[in-house]
Design a protein around this ligand. Structure first.
Ligand code: KIV
Ligand code: NA
Length: 256
């Protein structure tokens, strides 16, 4: 049975942890989906596998191109696509247009937008009213890297209260889940207890309703990982070994 947004909320109630990862093409998406990942995110973090330094340069057309490939590989997981920087912040109309393109052109079930400040709450409420499922994202929001860097957020009392109230406002605006990125486990626990919708943590401790990581970090494909990532296998090394072996065999006429 394909995973739905309602299913995620049920899993929170049942205390069944939600497993989420990112994907950027058909092959990766198919492997993750077949492995039973619950939520597959076409994150704008795929900027790293495209060779960008930050998530800022990626365009909506690039996201759509990759999301279509991911869609062809996803059978069961709920598929969510990030709206990239400045394709939704300008106005409600711009957000509606971008989110509409994602749903209509890729077949994804939902979009994710960063931020919980008042104007973004208004935008998200309008998308939800129009029938577009939205995932929220607060704490470290990498599209704001030039303002806040990549450090942990919510370090002061004031800041952690702001993040908690943003999460509450997002739930009221109608998001079906919220990514909590790089905040303390304690703050993430408070938010998780306060909300009826699931929290999906990344660098936000063990008390979230689910966890997400960037797949290129998990697989050891990224050149560097954030401090909260766990590298489960080193594909850079594996690929290099295979290529070395192939090169030797070609040069020594052992292959074919
Ligand atoms: O782009 C991304 O991969 C994300 C996750 C880290 C949540 O937004
Ligand atoms: Na993202």
């Amino acid at each position: 049975m394909p995973v739905t947004t309602q299913q995620l909320i049920q899993w929170k109630q049942q205390k069944r942890s939600i497993v989420a990862l990112t994907a950027w093409d058909y092959a990766i998406a198919q492997i993750l989906d077949a492995a039973g990942v619950d939520l597959i995110l076409v994150g704008d973090s795929m900027a790293v596998v495209l060779g960008y330094e930050t998530t800022l340069p990626i365009t909506l057309d690039e996201m759509l191109y990759h999301a279509k490939a991911v869609r062809r590989g996803v059978k069961r997981a709920l598929m969510v696509v990030d709206l990239p920087f400045l394709t939704y912040q300008e106005s409600i109309q711009q957000a509606m247009h971008s989110a509409g393109r994602v749903l209509k052109e890729t077949g994804a079930q939902a979009v994710k937008l960063e931020g919980g400040y008042p104007a973004m709450i208004e935008t998200i409420a309008r998308l939800v009213q129009a029938g577009i499922p939205v995932m929220g994202h607060v704490g470290l929001t990498p599209q704001s890297i030039h303002q806040i860097g990549l450090r942990q957020q919510g370090k002061t009392q004031e800041d952690s209260e702001r993040i908690l109230s943003e999460a509450i406002a997002l739930e009221q605006a109608g998001v079906f889940a919220i990514v909590l990125e790089h905040i303390s486990a304690d703050l993430a626990m408070q938010i998780t207890q306060k909300l009826n919708i699931p929290t999906i943590g990344i660098g936000a401790g063990v008390h979230c309703d689910g966890q997400v990581l960037v797949t290129s970090d998990v697989l050891g494909l990224s050149e560097k990982q954030p401090p909260f990532a766990k590298v489960y296998t080193n594909l850079r090394e594996t690929i290099n070994k295979a290529v070395q072996e192939y090169s030797v065999e070609v040069r020594e006429k052992k292959f074919p």
